[in-house]
Write a protein that binds this ligand. Structure first.
Ligand SMILES: [Fe+2]
Ligand SMILES: [Fe+2]
Length: 154
């Protein structure tokens, strides 16, 4: 049986968390290796994109207006943190600034992800029709964030 959408989406949360953790662990040990952080930041932006474009509209149509509203607002907050991280990475970031920004992002994710996992994701497999579900699965497999896209409340 195919993995549920809920499980696939939750797996992305864990993968992104692990990448940020791997980066901050090395940073705490004194080595800055920016590639994993860049990768995690891109993966998170892509995850936000697929939620806002493929997942939230059908959930909203199914009546989950308020939870989707809250998630969009939190995406906006995370997006701004990601912009700050990318701006730091573009210059010559110092350890303390990167630690602080990663901590900020981790706290935002710790507030955001459990709500999606407990409230929104369990409805995904019910609210998305076959076509919407296929589009989301195809994107999860191999979709790329379109250049220049920003989240609704960035
Ligand atoms: Fe989200
Ligand atoms: Fe998510």
């Amino acid at each position: 049986m195919a993995e549920s959408l809920a499980a696939a989406l939750e797996r992305e949360h864990h993968e992104i968390d692990e990448e940020i953790d791997a980066f901050t662990a090395k940073l705490a040990a004194g080595s800055i290796e920016v590639a994993p952080l860049r990768h995690a930041a891109t993966a998170l932006r892509r995850h936000i994109y697929l939620e806002e474009v493929f997942l939230f509209p059908p959930l909203r149509d199914a009546g989950m207006v308020a939870p989707v509203f809250v998630m969009l607002r939190e995406h906006g907050q995370m997006w701004r943190t990601l912009d700050t991280i990318d701006a730091e990475l573009a210059v010559d970031p110092d350890d303390a600034t990167l630690q602080r920004l990663c901590k900020e992002l981790v706290v935002q994710l710790q507030h955001h992800n459990p709500k999606e996992e407990q409230i929104l994701y369990p409805q995904a497999d019910l609210a998305l029709d076959e076509q919407a579900s296929e589009r989301l699965r195809a994107f999860l497999d191999s979709g790329a964030l379109p250049d220049g896209w920003t989240c609704e409340r960035a």
